[in-house]
Design a protein around this ligand. Sequence first.
Ligand SMILES: [Zn+2]
Length: 485
Amino acid sequence: MDFDLLITGGTVITADSSMQADIGIKKGKIAAILPPHFTPTASSTPTLDATSCYVMPGGIDAHEHLHMRTAVGRTADNWRSGTIAAALGGTTTLVDFVDMSPGEHMVDALHLRISEAADAVIDYGLHMTIQPDLHPVDGVPKVISAARIAEIPAARAAGCATFKMYTAYPNMQVQDGDLYRALTAIRAVDGLACIHAEHGDVIEGLREQAKWEIKHAKAGIENPQFPMLNEQFPASSAYWHNLTRPPWLERESVQRVVALAEMTGAQVLVFHLGCETAVNAIGEAKARGLSNMFGETCPQYLVFTDDYLKRPDGRLWVCSPPLRSQADQDAMWHMLRSGTLDIISSDHCPFTVAQKDSGKDDFTQMPGGVPGIEVRMGVAHHFGVRTGKITLQDWVRTCCTRPAELHRLSNKGRLAVGYDADVVVFDPNIRQSLNQADLHSTMDYSAYENIAVQGWARDVVSRGDVIVRNQQFIGQVGRGAFIKR
Ligand SMILES: [Zn+2]
């Protein structure tokens, strides 16, 4: 049998095993898993020599925000820079988001977003965001209308199998009754709900209270009823972000989501968990036998702690839910190992320093988001696999195979005959700096400055095309395709 591309001499790493094998690729698909050092009948067959490297499924990053509309302008990476950075880090599939304008139909918003993504260099899917509609009386987003819920089957038919909702942020927060109705509708189309789970109402109250405290403390007025204020933290401190988003408000929200998932039977993935007590709510649900609750964590929760928020430039690490303690971070690795947490996504949300500075003097105005699209695979390998916190199989399962399963990417995430030939040759001996100058996002800072990892994607194959060779991007801009799921 002849192939279009052979990957030879490497150690094939899957979610189940590690073995010496070669991989034969034909017409963009994996055509054969071959005995090691296979000799092709046609001596001209293009070959990637993967000796002393891991050969693994391309990474699946099911959570990032490229070119997203926000209060401080679009996020810094567009679909060209964002997908090139992803590819150079060993990711071959993204799932990003569709956000609607008020009154816009989900399917129209989807098509607009697909046109924005024309430069993508790797394949991508899109989550449909379900936002509250503007209330007809006061013009404030409040409820999800019946008409909006009725669009869910059309969005599913158009290729969105996954739906994002928030239980926090005033303009995005979904009320419990609406969440229940939406989950029922998502269940009916066999979709997956992805939830940002924090107790928004109480958080908004705490933020107002904190602003009052900061203002009056300056005037020397003390409020013994609200002992949150600490001289250590001036009004400009990003640590207020943490003080007003305590762990139990994350746990409470996850518990409520678990209850609604159990009632409706909908599959529910809780996004960006970094908080042990919140993840325990999912672990408890799984231990009770609930098979429709899932959890995601992100590289920032695996590398940083809330100490970063205490720095003068702490706003660069502001994200929601916030970074937590060292004990929480340690727990995330255990939960990845045990399967309580299912997947690692980047939640790459790139705001430039100037955008972040819009919240320089007021923690409530700091845009929330940390970049990480390029570092995800390398960080999970270096801080997880190399330290023995997770195994090679855990790494592939949480970064490649489970994300594909949960997000209905049925041709991705596995090295098996018939699957898309999305393959990474990962060299565990490459030393890679995570400084901004050494990464490829259009960002002007790296959250991982002065951190280096050992192990990095050397070559990346997407649907049979070699798009990264020796850590250089050589693919065509615009070759990425929208994946209907
Ligand atoms: Zn996000």
